[in-house]
Design a protein. Structure first.
Length: 98
């Protein structure tokens, strides 16, 4: 996540996958930012305090047929998905693999 300017913005949420979330890599997280996978391996919880730089995570959820994404602190217009950077129509939203 990022945003224009240097104001403090807090974004939190969960990503729930139908298969295990693995290979979690934290990307440029400052102290106090968290990203953890649940004991069952299907849920990633995160909370980032952002001041205009990049904070995020990379992960895999191989062979998942769906991921449900719930985000607090960001509107649909602030969320961009995939190579074409499309906005979801609502939050929470589900990404399905066909």
């Amino acid at each position: 996540m990022t945003h224009p300017g240097t104001a403090k913005v807090v974004v939190s949420g969960t990503i729930t996958a139908t298969r295990d979330i693995r290979h979690l890599t934290r990307v440029r997280l400052e102290p106090g930012n968290v990203a953890t996978v649940s004991p069952d391996g299907h849920r990633l919880a995160f909370r980032f305090t952002n001041v205009g730089h990049l904070d995020g995570v990379d992960f895999t959820a191989e062979c998942s047929h769906a991921m449900r994404v719930a985000v607090k602190g960001a509107s649909t217009q602030q969320i961009r998905l995939g190579a074409h950077r499309v906005h979801p129509t609502s939050v929470p939203f589900t990404i399905e693999r066909h």
